[in-house]
Structures are given as C-alpha cells and as structure tokens.
Design a protein around this ligand. Structure first.
Ligand code: NAP
Length: 362
C-alpha cells in the first residue's frame, strides 16, 4: 500500500515537472505582417514586415484559426493611413478552426473573418477587435465551389456588386450601364448582374486581355482599354443615346467624363476611387467639376459602404451562388501562392495585375 502511494506521488511529481514542457510544446506560432511604415505613393514591400509570434492558450469563447485563403483589397491602401504603424496588417481571410473554446464555432469548420494578415489567429467571434470590419461568420455550404470564393463572388466583393449596384442604381431592362474597374473583383460582377437584369453594359478596364475577357466570356456589349482609348470617344460610340447607370470604382477624370454622358435622372453608384488611392491625401488629384451634369440632368449620385447591408448579407451570397451555379455568372481569381507573398499580391492588385479577385493561398 505504502509502496503504491510512493509510486503514485513519484508519477505526479514527474508530471508536474513536465507540465511547463507540455505547455511549451502546445505553443502555437503565427506569422504575420506588421504595418512597419505608412504607405507613401505606391506601397513598397519594405512597408510591411514579416514577424513570428507565439500565441497564448485559448480563453473561453475563443477560437484558433489557421488561414487558408487571404484577401488583398484596394481599401487596405487608404484605410491604413488612419491606423497606427505596428498594427497587424488589416484584411479578411478564410480560416479553418483548428482549436475552439466556443460551441458555436467548432473545430474543422471554416470562417470568414477580418483576422488580418496572419497565418494563425486567436479570436473571439463575439468580441470583435477594433480592426474587425464586420462580424466573423461560419461559411455557409458552398457545395462543389471553392472556399476562396468567400473572399470574392461569394463574399464582400460579391455583395458590393449585388447591393451597391442594384440598390443604388435601380437598373431597368434596356438601360445602359457603364462600369469602371470592369475586370476587377467587383466590376466584373456588376457588369454581369447588369446583363442578367437585361441592361446594355459598357466596361472600362486597363488591358487588352481584360477587355477581351469582358467581351468574350462575360458578354459585355462593349469594353475598352482606358489606357489606350479616350473615354469620351468610346462613349459616343458605345452609348450614343446616353448612359442611365454608372457604377464607379475608380473616380477621377474618367468618372467626370462618364457623368457628362449621363441621361436625365441617371443614377451613379460611387463604390470607390482607386485612381487616387496612391495619391497624397492632402493633395488629391483634381478632375472636371461634375455639378453641372448633376444639376441639369437631375442625377442621383450616392456613395456606400457594403456593410450597410450586413443584415441582408446571406441574401446576397445565396443569390450570387445561385447565379454562379446556373452559369449566369462567371468568376475569375488571380491566385498568389504563399503567405510570404502577400505584399507582392497587394502591390500587384493595385497595379492592375489581377483579373477578377486577387487572393493569396496560404
Ligand atoms: P479590383 O478591381 O479587383 O482591383 C483593383 C483594380 O483597380 C486593378 O486591377 C486595376 O485594374 C484598377 N486600377 C488600379 N489603378 C487604377 C487607376 N489609376 N485607374 C483605374 N483603375 C485602376 O478591386 P475590387 O476589390 O474589385 O475594388 C474595386 C473598387 O471598389 C475599389 O475602388 C474599391 O475600393 C471599391 N470597393 C468598395 C467597396 C464599398 O463598400 N464601397 C467594397 C469593395 C470594393 P485595371 O487594370 O482595370 O486598371
């Protein structure tokens, strides 16, 4: 009896000695990109610094996610100007839950969350951090479709096209719709939704290959390379009777020109102004005034942030999924391999190297 007790206590003391070692073995390391310097002009790879960090054990309510797909988006360029250096670079990702202390988010499921540019993240979905732009959610069943689409057509860009175009432009069959940034994540979907709604669609994009894709695969009625073609001349040719809806991704001179072609009571959905994202915020480029067009043609111009429609989020995703499955919507992704290449993918997307959605495979 006494011998058994001695053995038991010896085992306990060995286990106690091992406890810190076990804890260390369980330690999880993450790689992440820190915003080392605010971007000036075009972002440089050296503005972002790759670091490694150990993550603590999970607390109640938390999950540990492993990045599977990460997004690079235009908003990251202007948005970071308002944030301090030293933060983890902002962004959304599709993450796999690999550890969980939250019953609503079990191990093995996938989430969409604004978890930043990091490979592994501890996160409490019910207690979002200040950099969380929208709530983390479990991905709905995509069937055969790839999970990366949660960052594109079946995610934020898809809903930007769906709500931002339909709610603000209120297009009617037979109307003429112009889309700038037309071969990108959002623009390529807006043009196709406009076609589904029976509109005539004209797109502007930055290369001949993109223009070919818009015309041949997405069936735009007309498409132009804005780097080679004068926008005014193009619209005189493609929209001789004027433009009813304009979905604006780029802003600047191109948009002022499109506005001068609008029909009375036309609608303009202002989604973004990427043509000026690399400019100094205190010295933004100027463009011809648009007020005469707005006043004399009684135009309606409205900006939006897609998260306005958070309460209808899944409606957009399910509708886009149905259109993709029925082959009414075509999508394309430009995939960069490797987490370490996030900065390259980001810079490339801002330069126009992507067609469709730019994503990174971790
Ligand atoms: P994207 O179009 O897939 O990628 C960015 C594209 O912008 C590039 O491929 C490039 O295409 C184009 N671009 C770069 N510099 C340009 C310039 N100087 N002039 C004209 N085009 C230029 O990106 P996205 O995610 O679909 O976003 C498109 C726009 O929507 C952005 O302005 C973004 O900020 C905005 N957005 C807004 C919301 C919202 O809630 N309001 C949500 C999502 C996105 P080219 O080769 O054609 O130049």
């Amino acid at each position: 009896m006494r011998q058994t007790l001695v053995i038991r206590s010896a085992i306990t003391s060995v286990l106690l000695t091992l406890r810190p070692v076990r804890a260390r073995l369980n330690m999880v390391k993450t790689k992440k990109f820190i915003l080392a310097k605010h971007f000036q002009g075009e972002p440089k790879e050296s503005d972002l610094q790759l670091v490694e960090e150990e993550l603590p054990p999970l607390k109640d309510g938390e999950i540990l996610c492993e990045a599977v797909w990460l997004s690079v988006d235009p908003y990251m360029r202007p948005y970071t100007a308002r944030l301090p250096t030293g933060i983890t670079m902002i962004g959304s990702q599709v993450g796999k839950i690999i550890e969980s202390r939250n019953k609503g988010f079990p191990v093995g499921k996938y989430v969409l969350g604004y978890l930043g540019w990091q490979t592994k993240t501890i996160h409490n979905p019910q207690q979002p951090s200040s950099s969380t732009m929208a709530p983390t959610y479990l991905l709905p069943d995509f069937g055969e479709l790839p999970l990366s689409l949660a960052l594109g057509v079946l995610g934020m860009p898809g809903n930007t096209a769906y709500f931002g175009f339909l709610e603000i432009c209120q297009p009617k069959a037979g109307e003429v719709v112009v889309v700038s940034g037309a071969a990108g994540a959002v623009g390529s979907l807006v043009g196709q939704i406009a076609r589904i709604k029976g509109c005539k669609v004209i797109g502007f994009a930055g290369s001949d290959d993109k223009v070919r894709w818009l015309k041949d695969d997405l069936h735009f009625d007309a498409a132009y390379n804005y780097k080679k073609t004068d926008v005014d001349t193009a619209l005189k040719e493609a929209a001789p009777n004027g433009v009813d809806c304009y979905f604006d991704n780029v802003g600047g001179v191109m948009s002022s020109t499109v506005l001068s072609h609008m029909n009375p009571r036309g609608r303009i959905s202002v989604c973004g102004s990427i043509s000026s994202y690399n400019a100094d915020a205190k010295q933004l480029p100027s463009a011809p005034v648009v007020q005469p067009s707005l006043v004399f043609k009684e135009l309606k111009m409205e900006g939006f942030i897609v998260h306005r429609w958070l309460d209808r989020w899944m409606e957009g995703i399910h509708q886009m999924k149905d259109w993709v499955k029925n082959k009414e919507l075509v999508y394309r992704e430009t995939v960069t391999e490797g987490f370490e290449n996030m900065p390259k993918a980001f810079i490339g997307m801002l330069r126009g190297e992507n067609t469709g959605k730019a994503v990174v495979k971790a």
